[in-house]
Design a binder for this molecule. Sequence first.
Ligand code: C5P
Length: 269
Amino acid sequence: MKNFKEKIIIALDYGDLKPVKELLEKLKGGAYFYKIGFELFTSCGAKSVDLVKDYGCKVFLDLKYHDIPNTVYKAVKSAGKLGADIINVHASGGLDMMKAAKTAGEEASDAAGRHIDVIAVTVLTSLSDIDVKQVFYNNNMEEKGQGEADGIASGLALHLAKLAKISGLDGVVCSGHESLKIKNIFGQDFKTVTPGIRMKAKAKNADVHALSHGETEGLKEPNGGQKRIMTPSEAFKAGADYIVVGREITGAENPADALANVYADVEKS
Ligand code: C5P
């Protein structure tokens, strides 16, 4: 796979700049893209984006905007001005909100002289079918595990991806298991960004199945709470344009070795 190293986004899930700087130093020259989410941005704000940019790397600003169209429009413009290369919004904010985000992304791209991707989050991967039924389908707070709701989460994810496509957004965040389907339906140009990456994904599939059916008893948060996982090479083979890797690298004793392992996994495939 060509230029795949620039398609690996490392999640900076930290609460201050010190460990971020340490990681950037350790991975200097080897990593190209980082994700800044709620924790880091809430703690350190624009300084965190500036720091990553100082190392010549790109930024996925993972702030999942969800508000009225005018507010989201302004937020996306501001994120573009800050230097973000990928910005995301919640698809459940609706067509008008996503269209406003797209317009803001285009204007920010023109001003910055580079393309800024605006993508949508469909259904959070932490939500099971029963959770989705409770939240979106007036399920009257039915006890978890008592309702029949198989496939509702993935059905809703596909529907929201369709709305994101209609809005003109660049793509969606989705699990590796949905990526292929989304590409087939909405076209190869519609980008997919895939979190939930683990080096030994296959070995855990029994746990993943149990978790995705809400059977958490006896499981000690396998895979750090991620329910639908894939290895880096599996995710790229499933059509991911970008993969997001967090704790496999940031939690490793030697992050540079861990990143090299990710590269090796993709190279040998
Ligand atoms: O450590 P891990 O590889 O599980 O980190 C994944 C990162 O991707 C985290 O920053 C998490 O917030 C983010 N993410 C996710 N699932 C989504 C969207 C984002 O895990 N559906």
